[in-house]
Design a protein around this ligand. Structure first.
Ligand SMILES: *Cc1c(COP(=O)(O)O)cnc(C)c1O
Length: 364
């Protein structure tokens, strides 16, 4: 039995008619940029996140870049962030010639150790980027008193909540990605920024269209071209109606794994209290990770390592002088973690097969 790590084909099969209708509407309108579908999606995401504003853009990476720019991050500034995330979280900081300052994670939740942020603050610190890694919100409460703006990288956590507050609303700015494999994925690249600040909203809207304000061809600042297409917005509006159901299904799958794997010598992912987890990934840990990965692959069960090398140890950041001893939590996660299939399209037979294969492995 084949169990892919993600299964967008069977997802598409279930929503094909609605998607085709939505795409056809856009084709009939021949309005491809900045039209009604993008506007509607922005309203829907703002409402989902309970933020006053949502601004669509070209990708999750652009969402981070535009947010950093809107907060005034520039050459020579420092931005404190997690050492364990998709590269984009820190790459965008360095792209603006600012310096990422890395903090370790709690290896049980994979989330930034917020209590270590205080010790990294300098007079150059301009922002903090937290990450809702694998689909649960980073507990940011202790950062709110610091008077340094928090950018919440919620790319993996659309629909997650923390103490009844939505992901994307926990910092000054929230960043989402619509990369096809995300919980809410487009049919190409896309991103969204959420904020409660009128000023940040206005700046980002200008930055994404070359700094143009209300008057066309009058450029008030220097920006870039980063927009979401109407076609992508149309697809996303259809899929957004399913997001709750899909996130619930991911939680049922997680509960199934917890029940059937709990007696094995492996570590199951921990959910922070107060969090509704969206399980973008279900990441287990084992000191026999590499053998387990081979056993799953031999049975055609998709699995992956997120992430094999913490960001500060990437070759491009060697100049920053970090070593593996700086990040014991992330090193443990990088050597032991393995993501197994959790997507909402999994059938009962597939779930049983994954469990059986893992149980067989440990009973050998
Ligand atoms: C996917 C992702 C991004 C980048 O999003 P893109 O749309 O691929 O540019 C940023 N941060 C995290 C944590 C992600 O998972």
């Amino acid at each position: 039995m084949h169990v892919p790590l993600i299964d967008l084909k069977s997802q598409y099969a279930k929503i094909r008619n609605e998607i085709q209708q939505a795409i056809d509407d856009v084709l009939a309108s021949q309005q491809f940029i900045s039209g009604a579908k993008v506007h509607d999606l922005e309203q829907q995401i703002a409402s989902l996140c309970s933020t006053q504003f949502a601004i669509a853009c070209g990708s999750g990476t652009d969402a981070l870049l535009l947010s950093l720019l809107a907060l005034g991050v520039k050459e020579g500034d420092e931005v404190i962030t997690t050492c364990y995330s998709f590269f984009s979280t820190a790459g965008t900081i360095a792209w603006l010639k600012a310096t990422p300052v890395f903090v370790d994670i709690d290896p049980e939740t994979f989330l930034l150790k917020t209590e270590q942020v205080h010790g990294k603050i300098s007079n150059k610190t301009r922002a903090i980027i937290t990450v809702d890694l694998f689909g649960q919100c980073c507990p940011v409460e202790s950062l709110h008193g610091l008077e340094i703006p928090v950018i919440e990288d919620a790319a993996q956590a659309m629909g997650a909540t923390r103490n009844q507050r939505s992901s994307g609303s926990l910092g000054a700015v929230g960043c989402f990605s619509f990369f096809p494999t995300k919980n809410l994925g487009a049919y190409g690249d896309g991103g969204m920024i959420t904020t409660g600040s009128e000023e940040i909203n206005a700046r980002i809207r200008k930055l994404r269209t070359h700094g143009e304000g209300k008057n066309k061809y009058l450029h008030e600042m220097i920006g870039t071209n980063s927009r979401l297409d109407e076609l992508q917005a149309a697809v996303l509006s259809v899929k957004l109606n399913y997001l709750d159901r899909w996130n619930q299904q991911r939680n049922s799958n997680a509960a199934f794994y917890r029940e059937h794997l709990r007696d094995l010598p492996l570590e199951l992912p921990k959910t922070e209290s107060g969090n509704f987890h969206t399980f973008h990934q279900f990441v287990i840990k084992s000191s026999r990770r590499d053998e387990l990965k081979s056993a799953l692959e031999a049975n055609v069960i998709g699995c992956a390592i997120y992430y094999p090398l913490p960001i500060p140890l990437q070759p491009c950041f060697s100049g920053l002088g970090y070593t593996s001893t700086d990040f014991p939590g992330a090193m443990e996660a990088a050597s032991n973690s393995l993501a197994i299939p959790i997507h909402p399209e999994l059938t009962e037979q597939q779930l049983n097969f994954v469990v059986k294969t893992i149980r067989n492995f440990f009973q050998k």
